[in-house]
Design a protein around this ligand. Structure first.
Ligand code: NAD
Length: 281
């Protein structure tokens, strides 16, 4: 798919991977609609992109809310006369599989999974009708293999991989010029492990639990040792241009994780978790 003259909509576009991809796609001549729940950060992101010559609008949205994501599509049509790519990227982390309150699971699943579903429902009918478009959804290495301390996050990212694979096959059967990709990065230097900043207020006390704090501090060390988000922005852009499904910024770890699961299914040992392996490309 061409990006020059097309309109790209990015959720979670105010920070990290979303913002880096916005910068990269603006360089390829795309107009941008950035959706994010953080109003102030979003305004700063839009401002800095405009300073660099990008055509961009920002819209505050909660991706878990269907009408908010439909409003992103409508903003693309109203401001730029079309929409050609939806990057379902907004995401948050939660707690471990043991002891995480159901309300926290619901929040993680709402943002990470309903956000993707809402993006598909709002944009794919339009893409099919115009016979042009691409859907990118952000999963994770945590969507290819389970990781301790990240139960809700792994559940949500496995769901994203499953949704994306189903979508791939349905689009192939449709015979239309609409593609899809799934992004499965390892650690990337972003604010993902400060996700609690966007938690509903009534859930925030959960983060004071010492076990949650310990997991969060380990995870933030790993994230800070991760790759630069610009590398991910580049990988997403080339996958769209080449219509490639898997976007594996940490290919070695992604393949090893998948092979170890197959080996485990065949009666081999459970995989040994190696966070360091998930930091290297
Ligand atoms: N950073 C990593 O190591 C890593 C690894 C694998 C996958 N990911 C995934 O990458 C995606 C982007 O995260 P990031 O690493 O750039 O983190 P980030 O925290 O820097 O960016 C996430 C953005 O999503 C926004 N957001 C959160 N909840 C939202 C909601 N309900 N509606 C709209 N926007 C919302 C945040 O405000 C933020 O701007 C996420 O899906 C994350 O799970 C990150």
């Amino acid at each position: 798919m061409e990006l020059n003259g097309r309109t790209v909509v990015i959720t979670g576009g105010a920070s990290g991977i979303g913002l880096a991809t916005a910068r990269r796609m603006a360089q390829s001549g795309a107009s941008l609609v950035l959706g994010d729940v953080e109003e102030g950060t979003l305004a700063e992101a839009v401002e800095s992109l405009r300073e660099n010559g990008a055509r961009v609008v920002g819209a505050t949205c909660d991706v878990a809310v269907e009408a908010d994501v439909e409003a992103l599509r409508d903003a693309a049509l109203a401001n730029f006369g079309g929409a050609h790519l939806i990057f379902n990227n907004a995401g948050v982390g939660g707690g471990p599989a043991i002891g995480t309150p159901k309300a926290v699971w619901d929040w993680v699943m709402g943002v990470n999974v309903s956000g993707v579903i809402n993006g598909i429902n709002a944009f794919v009918p339009l893409f099919l009708e115009q016979n042009e478009g691409h859907v990118v959804s952000t999963a994770s290495l945590a969507g290819l293999g389970g990781v301790p301390g990240m139960g809700p996050y792994c559940a949500s990212k496995f769901a994203v991989v499953g949704i994306a694979e189903s979508l791939f096959h349905e689009l192939a059967l449709s015979g239309k010029n609409v593609g899809t990709s799934v992004l499965c990065p390892g650690f990337v230097r972003t604010r993902i492990f400060e996700s609690e900043r966007n938690m509903p207020d009534e859930l925030k006390a959960y983060n004071d639990d010492p076990k949650v704090r310990a997991i969060s501090s380990m995870a933030s060390d790993a994230v800070n040792g991760g790759i630069d988000p610009s590398i991910v922005g580049e990988a997403v852009t080339s996958a769209v241009l080449e219509n490639r499904f898997w976007i594996l910024t940490h290919e070695h770890a992604a393949i090893r994780t998948s092979e170890q699961r197959v080996d485990w299914m065949r009666g081999g040992r459970p995989p040994r978790i190696n966070l360091e392996g998930a930091t290297r490309p």
